[in-house]
Design a binder for this molecule. Sequence first.
Ligand code: AMP
Length: 283
Amino acid sequence: MSLRLITGISALRAELGERRRRGESIGFVPTMGALHAGHGRLIEEARKQDGCVVVSIFVNPIQFNQAADYERYPRGLEEDAAFCRARAVDVVFAPGVAEMYPGSRCTFVEVERVSEELCGRFRPGHFRGVATVVAKLFNVVQPDRAYFGEKDAQQLAVIRRMARDLDFPVEVVEVPTVREPDGLAMSSRNRHLTPEQRREATALYRSLQLVQNRIAESVLDTRQLRHEALELLSKTPALRVEYFEIVDPELMQPVDTITGPVRVAAAVWAGSTRLIDNVVCRV
Ligand code: AMP
């Protein structure tokens, strides 16, 4: 079946209602477009598990805390639709801002604690915007399963918690991070990097790997681990570290001594481009 490109909520509901009646399960991949192999991996997972794969493409204004970042976020619906068509996506839902947010807004979803640290500390309102749009999209799409990348681990934790606390009948599926051959996590923002910044950006993943290796060697004091990681990052002065934290994987709160699984997560700036990455470590 060919790809259906839908921009309206009621048209999407009609299409998905029909497919549900035919007995197809709905797999949902929410994105902001500028699709790359990371998104491709999410689509692939959905394609394996669900009868109908829906990809949403919506650059959500309420999750950007800087207008300039929203303005320069890459957009290209035609290319994205071709990307989806090549991966046998059934439906692309690409609503305009007026469709998703007609008039003024009074209702938001706030996921406390999980949203507090890491990106939440530096991007006030970001996760409220994410949780709100994903809640709206869950209500519109009513997926059986929704696929999210481990690349945005805090976002994944926020969505998991929201789905659990608000009883969304959806299985949240975590998909591993897709990386460039040199380790840099794929991101729509990577295209903003100059060739030099692109080379330097690899230090981010190397700093995470360093901590991963040290934890495997039983260094469990997070102050020591952060110190070593920041030392490595300081050798690439062009990268400005926003945060480097070791947190528990559910509430995303910093831990002092590692006694169970942790997420090691960092954000750095390369010029005006913000990069995030994380790895999970088990002791
Ligand atoms: P975005 O379009 O950046 O909002 O991302 C949409 C979805 O794709 C989110 O669930 C992301 O975590 C996921 N994603 C983005 N980059 C990657 C990657 N490199 N590997 C795996 N998933 C990713």
